[in-house]
Design a binder for this molecule. Structure first.
Ligand code: HDE
Length: 697
């Protein structure tokens, strides 16, 4: 009979599986043990009563392993369940000493360790990366004065003004209560029902329906603290502050059709992109900025600074850029770090403080509370990823589930006088250096009211829409048409249309036209919207210089091509900062003209062009003849064309271009030796092509 005792070939050579009874110290270090350190002799077979008999209850090795497995998951986050994260550092480049005592914002040149997690909001932990959604942008700074968690989004405003509406908002956007779908999509009845009934959400809806809702990469999103915070200086003087992140790679989005196809081709598109970029040394970076506003300046703003549905246009209050964030290390373990990280907006070092923003006020309770059910214990701060790393943490809190520390000494109360008797007295409060709250004057009756100053729901939605370029406006209108077309209850659509008339009549007409519905009368706005100055900083198109950095170009190759032609394109792309992937009909690669084999990075059918920023077709005549019979090849080219990407080609590719319906424009570039035209085109998309390939609202 075959010896089934050691099923795995690797384990067969490990001491203990080979029947050796005495082991060296080195071997003991490597050996597999139970959770309690008992060496395991066989990790392939459970303990049975006879070769073909039942498994025995006494097999604690089996029971421990299965039981641990049964409890591997913790509840996923209620929102922002799907996320990807990385380690890095924050470096201050300019001091904010005048405004704050927080050392993280005053010690120029100091590098502070950080852990940043990006997320979608609506989908579950296993959902895809590219739905239309807001992206979370949460950064934990391990500062010398305790952790600072800046838990923001990639959109600077929020759907609601008061925390009491958050559960309703989230219930409305997540899968519907009875049917359990859709997963990770806002295009459904309950979301738009809620939106139509909550005009305060209109401004954020404009952002979510803009191309910001479908980012190309997590490395190419902006970030915002959203809520208004305070900075406090040594004299306890306060200013209001809004926090900003600006991506070094610029802001870039996908086309909707592309985002949908990416979801199928690579559900982990953003996670993979972030991981691979960091693994290859291409570290994502953001500039950190603040908008600072005094109380008097805030009073003069045409909106309430405490209202999270409003932003402060940069043209009104410029952003001061004072630092940078670099992500340079992937997590070692997804669960221990990305899943168990617990962000708390209440984590702030002295010198940073909250405002009375009623949305923020609710968040101050919610995050700590949710960690208790997610991580299961008040001691979640002891998990390595959550521990304050920049300074000690010590107090008289004791015990609790999963206490991993072993506090010493007799005193677990304060005040105590034990230090006077030669014993450890424990830590003491620090009135000068401890956390301070702004001495806000409170005066008023208890009320459940929304301030009058929160009543304008449309002026900034209008400003946002009117600040966009025509192509971006068309995308917003088209996205709303798409979403409302998935709404099955016509009055829900009508209510949204009625609200849109308060934003912009042209937008409302376009959406009504796209739905082929009559425009209903405008809804009543609580206060009439005003025309604010457009803010060009709210655009994507043209905001950042075109770049190939961080972008990927696919070179589609076939048997029989000249290897130097491929090299030329690759060098041109790499010189412009892009990365190159060789795509071939088969993963084993192609036979080049001279008889050398070129391995491929991706197989054509599994690597559609939606995964790349531009494509180059370096194919032979015979290779093209084969490709013409393969829909994957035709889709590869056609999708690149309809997603407005640059296409470089050699003459032999012409029949493929023709079959894919590609018509010439400046982004369809004949590849010529020495010319950099293709790399230049690949750095942007040809928005003007869009009219030709898609019906926009
Ligand atoms: Fe959150 N939010 N939120 N949120 N949020 C959570 O906390 C909540 C809000 C944001 O990568 C939860 O640890 C309430 C605004 C991010 O782990 C929960 C309200 C902004 C993340 C929670 C808001 C955010 C969360 C779920 C309204 C942008 C993911 C799991 C008062 C500034 C952080 C968790 C990560 C996560 C509550 C509104 C951003 C349930 C009650 C506004 C980026 O506590």
């Amino acid at each position: 009979m075959a010896d089934l005792k050691t099923g795995g070939s690797d384990t067969a050579s490990l001491p203990g599986n080979g029947g050796e009874l005495r082991q060296t110290a080195a071997a003991a270090e490597k050996r597999l043990t139970t959770n309690h350190g008992v060496p395991v002799s066989d990790n392939q077979n459970s303990l049975k009563g006879g070769e073909r008999g039942p498994t025995l209850l006494e097999d604690f090795v089996l029971r421990e392993k299965i039981q641990h497995f049964d409890h591997e998951r913790i509840p996923e986050r209620i929102v922002h369940a799907r996320g990807s994260a990385a380690h890095g550092f924050f470096e201050l480049t300019q001091s904010l000493e005048e405004f704050t005592s927080a050392r993280i914002l005053t010690e120029v040149g100091a590098k502070t360790e950080v852990f940043a997690r990006f997320s979608t909001v609506a989908g579950g932990a296993g959902s895809v990366d590219t739905p239309r959604d807001v992206r979370g942008f949460a950064v934990k700074f391990y500062t010398k004065e305790g952790n600072w968690d800046l838990v923001g989004n990639d959109i600077p405003v929020f759907f609601i003004q008061d925390a009491i509406k958050f559960p309703d908002l989230i219930h409305a956007v997540k899968m519907e209560a009875d049917r359990g779908y859709p997963q990770a999509a806002s295009a459904h009845d309950t979301f738009w029902d809620f939106i139509g009934l909550m005009p305060e959400s209109t401004h954020m809806v404009m952002w979510a329906m803009s191309d910001r809702g479908i980012p190309r990469s997590l490395r190419m999103i902006e970030g915002f603290g959203v809520n208004t915070f305070r900075l406090l200086n040594d004299r306890n003087e306060a200013v209001f502050v809004k926090f900003h992140w600006r991506p070094k790679l610029g802001l870039q989005s996908t086309c909707w059709d592309e985002a949908v196809k990416i979801a199928g081709a690579d559900p982990d598109y953003h996670r993979r992109d972030l991981y691979e970029a960091i693994a290859s040394g291409d570290f994502p970076e953001w500039e950190f900025g603040v908008q600072i506003v005094t109380a008097e300046e805030a009073d003069a703003l045409p909106f309430d600074i405490l209202d999270a549905t409003k932003l402060i246009p940069e043209e009104m209050v410029p952003i001061r850029f004072v630092g940078r964030l670099v992500l340079n290390r992937n997590p070692d373990n997804f669960f221990a770090e990305t899943e168990q990280v617990a962000f708390l907006p209440t984590n702030m070092p002295p010198g940073i403080d909250v405002s009375e923003d009623p949305l923020l006020q609710g968040r101050l309770f919610s995050y700590q509370d949710t960690q208790l059910s997610r991580l299961g214990t008040v001691n979640f701060h002891q998990l390595p990823i959550n521990q304050a790393k920049g300074c000690p943490f010590q107090n008289f809190q004791r015990d609790g589930k999963m206490q991993t520390q072993v506090p010493t000494g007799r005193a677990n109360y304060e005040p105590n006088s034990l230090a006077n008797f030669g014993e450890a007295g424990g830590p003491r409060e620090d009135p000068a250096g401890g956390f301070r709250s702004y001495g806000l004057n409170l005066d008023g009756s208890k009320v459940r009211l929304r301030a009058e100053s929160f009543a304008d729901h449309y002026s900034q939605a209008r400003m946002f829409y009117r600040s966009q370029t025509p192509i971006e406006q068309a995308h917003i209108a088209t996205a709303i048409v798409f979403e409302l077309s998935k709404v099955t209850i016509p009055p829900v659509r009508l209510r949204v249309l009625a609200n849109l008339r308060n934003v912009d009549e042209d937008l409302a007409k376009r959406v009504a036209g796209g739905l082929n519905m009559d425009l209903p009368p405008s809804s009543d706005a609580a206060v009439p919207p005003i025309d604010m100055e457009p803010s060009p900083a709210l655009r994507i198109v043209g905001k950042y210089p075109p770049s190939l950095e961080g972008r990927a170009v696919a070179i589609l190759v076939t048997d029989g091509v000249d290897g130097t032609a491929i090299d030329d394109v690759a060098k041109m792309v790499e010189a412009a900062g892009g990365t190159v992937k060789i795509i071939a009909p088969k993963i084993g690669g192609v036979m080049l003209e001279g008889g050398n084999k070129l391995p491929a990075d991706g197989q054509l059918a599994g690597s559609p062009s939606v995964l790349f920023d531009a494509i180059a077709l370096v194919v032979s005549e015979s290779g093209t003849a084969e490709l013409l019979k393969d829909s994957a090849a035709v889709d590869f080219v056609q999708d690149a064309f309809v997603h407005l990407k640059a296409i470089g080609f050699v003459p032999a590719a012409q029949p493929l271009l023709d079959k894919a319906g590609v018509t010439p424009d400046e982004w369809i570039v004949a590849l010529k030796k020495g010319s950099k035209e293709f790399a230049k085109a690949a750095a942007t998309r040809n928005w003007e092509r869009e009219d030709q390939v898609r019906t926009l609202a």
